[in-house]
Design a protein around this ligand. Structure first.
Ligand code: NAD
Ligand code: MG
Length: 399
């Protein structure tokens, strides 16, 4: 019998998915890649399948799945190719899948993340939007199913590492008074306010410290990423919004800190490379190599910390308000943000318009309690519809 543990990687063709496979490639004796899943990048996933020989490849897009199926059949591969969103959920629930990397971007990752949690798997959570939009509901499912949720987001993984030994998200963080999320400040940290309306999608995606997918790159530029992370931290670690602080730390060396009742602050440091949090989660509770270079503190020299600018970056304020309002407010915030970011990437909305649209949607849709998944899905759909009405296709963003 193999000692290798079965892993499913959803979003395998993306930034986190590729970093995950890079770490797994260093430890072939430890993992059996059972499932690879993505939306439509069939050429990439076929190449991944040739290297990692998964039992199943899922491409949500049917046409792309057909192309991958033909390509893999032609090279004599035994990998089965499936299509459709449902196939993602059934693939992660299979008995020989022990761990699931949830790295689909946005609300599109919700159903498969939820399926992995409900099947009681060890879930590596990169897809923060799934948690933000469902709130307590997802954490309750984690407890009910006896799943293990390990954060991949570098800040939350840092906090997880600074928690007492044996701590798992979803439990009260004993002795913890506060956590401090660090933010790089993004590509527009020091840009003048009047220039912000004119920045382009490519400028917004040119992150100074991290190479990421385009959606999260824009979120980092607006600081909405940090806003989503504040909500993510309250849910994972059972904290109130006021117990989650944010400091801008341009070097991106300190990934976050935990403050204890006795005044101690524990921090996790490392190079800004997602392979470190990914390897920490994959090996947990052990440790193994990630392929990341060790830090040269003397070369770094100085670590800086400054407060975030809420005037130029109103998204952080909006996210904090949604966190305090609770219920469907984070769902609405997340959905409006996804619509606005896509419109910005498509050049149908300017950069400043992103937070304006989210603000308008939040003002119009009052928060209501979340009792069941249906409440989340309804609020998500309503927020998307309303957000689209605020994005006027006639007003080109860069006119
Ligand atoms: P990415 O855009 O590089 O990759 C997204 C992946 O999701 C791709 O594999 C794509 O095929 C898949 N996908 C997209 N839409 C889908 C759909 N409808 N159905 C199924 N699959 C779909 O994104 P990324 O940067 O890897 O980010 C993935 C997640 O991880 C996001 O939630 C992001 O917030 C989070 N995250 C990323 C980083 C990072 O450094 N990239 C850091 C922290 C958290
Ligand atoms: Mg992060």
């Amino acid at each position: 019998m193999s000692m290798r543990r079965g892993i499913a990687i959803l979003g395998s063709t993306g930034s986190i998915g590729r970093s995950t496979l890079a770490v797994i490639a260093l430890h072939p004796e430890a993992f059996k890649v059972a499932v690879l899943g993505a939306f439509s990048s069939w050429q990439v996933i076929v190449e991944q399948a040739k290297v990692f020989h998964p039992d199943v490849v899922v491409l949500v897009d049917e046409e792309a799945a057909a192309k991958a199926r033909a390509a893999l059949r032609d090279c004599g591969s035994a990998t089965q190719v499936e299509s459709g969103e449902r196939a993602l959920s059934s693939a992660v629930s299979a008995a020989d899948v022990h761990m699931v990397m949830a790295a689909i971007v946005g609300a599109a990752g919700l159903q498969s993340t939820l399926a992995a949690v409900r099947a009681g798997k060890r879930v590596f959570l990169a897809n923060k939007e799934a948690l933000v939009m469902t709130g307590r509901l997802l954490m309750d499912e984690v407890c009910r199913a006896g799943a293990e949720l390990i954060p991949i987001d570098s800040e939350h993984n840092a906090i997880f590492q600074c928690m007492p030994a044996g701590y798992l998200p979803g439990n009260p963080a004993r002795g913890v008074t506060r956590v401090i999320l660090t933010a790089s400040g993004g590509p527009f940290r020091s840009i003048a306010a009047e220039k912000m309306a004119h920045v382009t999608p490519d400028e917004a995606c040119a992150h100074p410290k991290w190479k990421m997918g385009r959606k999260i790159s824009v979120d980092s530029a607006t600081l909405m990423n940090k806003g989503l992370e504040v909500i993510e931290a309250t849910l994972l670690f059972g904290l109130t919004e006021s117990q989650v602080d944010v400091v801008v730390h341009p070097q991106s060396v300190v990934h976050s800190l935990v403050e204890y009742a006795d005044g101690s602050m524990l921090a996790q440091l490392g190079a800004p490379d997602m392979r470190t949090p990914i390897a920490q989660a994959l090996a947990w509770p052990e440790r193994f190599a990630s392929g990341v270079q060790s830090l040269d503190l003397v070369a770094i020299g100085q670590l800086g910390f400054e407060p975030p600018d809420h005037v130029r970056f109103p998204s952080l304020t909006l996210a904090r308000a949604a966190a305090r309002a609770g219920g469907t407010a984070p769902t609405v915030l997340n959905a409006a943000n996804e619509v606005a970011v896509q419109a910005f990437l498509d050049r149908r909305l300017n950069f400043v318009g992103i937070s304006t649209v989210i603000d308008k949607v939040l003002q119009r849709l009052n928060a209501s309690p979340v009792k069941a998944l249906g409440d989340v899905l309804d609020a998500d759909a309503a927020a998307r519809r309303l957000a689209n009405t605020f994005i006027d296709p006639a007003h080109g963003a860069f006119a």
